[in-house]
Design a protein around this ligand. Structure first.
Ligand SMILES: N[C@@H](CCC(=O)N[C@@H](CS)C(=O)NCC(=O)O)C(=O)O
Length: 236
């Protein structure tokens, strides 16, 4: 039987991985880069779907993903991606500085969490409110009415507009930043997957559906899924 690795031989890079979460993107990037890492697993509370309190001892916000690399702790997906590309990328998966592709890369890296995710999260919340689950029977029609109004006035028009925009950008080039696959596609995978899961992305937007097909076929994506476990995009 092989002896367990000595502490000095173990990878220093640890992904603090919450099941069913954005930390899947970090595993995927590490697989694309071929960097060794270990996974520290955390399980969402089955009822609230919130992260367990142990994550608070890794980072004050207690959210996932968080990366620890020796004595460095990095939170926030976009910041983790930039950290990994700077330290381990050797110029891979990021277009050269000063190019149009680099400008688009930076845009999508920020857009994914800064613009695309908020209406998707609002939809998740208002779908739950509208379902009336756990409410007294007399409150259910009121909750349903409020949720339907907020969704129709605010959330759904934004979701439609952003889906149309992403679709048209992907008809300009094969990937989000240009003709080469980049870490911006990894960052954008989460809002695109979540849109397909819960915000009406379907075959009427063929570029986005092809994007999903292409990322699912990447060997590194599959390896990350095997290590991280399946996820459903049904949560925040
Ligand atoms: N913008 C942050 C979002 C982090 C975030 O909200 N993570 C979710 C998982 S996908 C989480 O930890 N949820 C559990 C909780 O809030 O308790 C990022 O991209 O890293």
């Amino acid at each position: 039987m092989p002896s367990p690795p000595l502490p000095s031989e173990r990878p220093m890079l640890t992904v603090h991985h919450l099941n069913n979460s954005r930390s899947q993107r970090v595993l995927w990037l590490l697989e694309e880069l071929g960097v060794e890492y270990e996974i520290q697993r955390y399980q969402r509370d089955a009822k609230t779907m919130l992260a367990p309190p142990e994550l608070l001892s890794v980072h004050p916000l207690g959210k996932s993903p968080v990366l620890t690399d020796d004595d460095v702790t990095v939170a926030e997906s976009g910041a983790i991606i930039e950290y990994l590309l700077d330290k381990y990328g050797d110029g891979r998966l990021v277009p050269p500085p000063g190019t149009e592709a680099r400008r688009r890369f930076t845009y999508w890296l920020h857009f994914a969490e800064g613009s695309a995710m908020p209406p998707l999260l609002l939809k998740l919340i208002f779908d739950r409110i509208g379902s009336g689950q756990g409410m007294p029977f007399f409150a259910k029609p009121i909750a349903r009415g409020i949720a339907a109004k907020v969704k129709a006035l605010m959330i759904e028009p934004n979701l439609k507009r952003q889906l149309d925009f992403m679709e048209s950008e992907l008809s300009r080039s094969e990937w989000f930043a240009g003709d080469e696959f980049s870490a911006a596609d990894i960052q954008m995978s989460f809002p695109v997957e979540a849109s397909a899961m819960r915000a009406g992305l379907d075959a009427s937007r063929p570029q986005l559906m092809t994007f999903l097909k292409k990322i699912h076929a990447r060997p590194a994506f599959r390896r990350a899924l095997e290590r991280g476990g399946p996820y459903s995009f049904a949560n925040d």
